[in-house]
Design a protein around this ligand. Structure first.
Ligand SMILES: Nc1ncnc2c1ncn2[C@@H]1O[C@H](COP(=O)(O)OP(=O)(O)OP(=O)(O)O)[C@@H](O)[C@H]1O
Length: 350
């Protein structure tokens, strides 16, 4: 069918989506590029020019889509609200699941295009009649961790041209075709709207939502240890940058929003053996709920653990960890994997 040969690609102006455009063309697709205007720090719009220029050089249609208001109300608002609630938010997960891929599907529908694509380093696999996200060939770049919320209607339409190559190969691919700017672009790091320091971002953007003033660091027995700058500036498991001199290593164990208190404790006190998830999504429920064990990850770059998952009251998932984990923070995501690396689903830790 003619319409299935067209693909709508999210083009950020970066290396990965630019190489993705070339690889899709190589595979015979008619590519349309869309660049979302999500967040423009200090009004910088260079990325739009880069995406447009690349599209024109490749001879593909390019459109921009102004999603700044949506990004502000759905992602930035949520990000600030979560810190004010004493949680640790996952904006990239939310953006991928609720904005990026959903918008791609919506715009593709409007244009009568079936396939949707990005430069994500992931693969997809059909197993037992269901589509799963599978780890990228470049394990170091694998982005499955951010995509557990995607549903079948999206996954089945995804084309993932970067899943089979490494970042090094992607740069070489662009260079070999004479796209030197594309080949040498810097990797994006961290959260796009505050790559390094979320604290100064909070101070700047919280606006009318007043940030709390300084409060007490206390130990597990409630004894005063020192002053902190306000609970939203701390996250569970944090050790560095506490601004307190102690003669032993201490970590953030708990955050009390009501009392604006932050509990500091030795690492051993942070370990937990269970957690509950809300807003969960499972590709095939039985593969998780009836399995003796699945793999769980609670941080992008942290080691995988094993767990047993059951349904709990209030439409929550109960996760019983085989080995205790430290730094389990409300607001963060937990992603489930099969032994072969397939992404089985995930949810948000409460
Ligand atoms: N502003 C945007 N407009 C359209 N698509 C986007 C935008 N930002 C990201 N994407 C899509 O999402 C993919 C993953 O984005 P992410 O920011 O995680 O990766 P990245 O490594 O920075 O990718 P890239 O090198 O393409 O910028 C990108 O490859 C691109 O296809």
């Amino acid at each position: 069918m003619k319409s299935k040969e067209r693909v709508l690609l999210g083009m950020s102006g970066g290396t990965d989506s630019s190489v993705a455009a070339m690889r899709l063309q190589d595979a015979g697709y008619e590519v349309t590029g869309v660049t979302f205007r999500f967040y423009e720090k200090d009004g910088a719009t260079e990325y739009l020019d880069d995406a447009r220029a690349l599209a024109s050089r490749l001879g593909i249609e390019h459109i921009t889509y102004d999603a700044r208001e949506m990004f502000r109300s759905r992602i930035i608002r949520y990000f600030i609200d979560e810190y004010l609630a004493g949680h640790t938010p996952v904006p990239c997960t939310l953006c991928n699941n609720e904005l990026k891929w959903t918008l791609l599907a919506k715009i593709a529908d409007e244009k009568g295009i079936y396939w949707i694509s990005t430069g994500h380093y992931v693969r997809k696999i059909l197993q037992g009649g269901k589509y799963y996200m599978a780890p990228a060939a470049d394990r170091d770049k694998d982005q499955t961790f951010f995509l557990w919320g995607l549903k079948q209607d999206i996954i089945q339409r995804m084309l993932l041209p970067m899943g089979d190559i490494t970042k090094v190969e992607a740069r070489a691919f662009a260079a070999a075709r004479g796209f030197h700017g594309v080949a040498t672009k810097k990797d994006s790091i961290g959260v796009c709207f505050c790559p390094r320091d979320y604290r100064s971002f909070l101070r700047r953007e919280a606006g009318a939502q007043k940030l709390p003033n300084k409060g007490k660091f206390i130990d597990e027995n409630g004894c005063f240890l020192g002053w902190h700058e306000g609970y939203p500036f701390y996250t569970i498991g944090q050790r560095r940058g506490l601004g307190i001199q102690m003669n032993r290593a201490v970590f953030v164990k708990e955050i009390s929003v009501e009392r604006n208190e932050v509990v500091l404790a030795p690492l051993a006190s942070l370990y937990k053996q269970e957690m509950w998830l809300k807003g969960w999504n499972l590709v095939e429920e039985s593969r998780v709920l009836q399995a003796k064990e699945v793999i769980v990850k609670i941080r992008y770059r942290k080691q995988a653990n094993h767990c047993r998952v059951t349904l709990a009251a209030g439409d929550l998932l109960h996760v019983q960890l085989t080995e205790p984990l430290e730094s389990i923070a409300a607001g963060q995501a937990a992603a489930f994997y099969a032994e072969d690396g397939l992404l089985l689903g995930g949810g948000i830790i409460i």
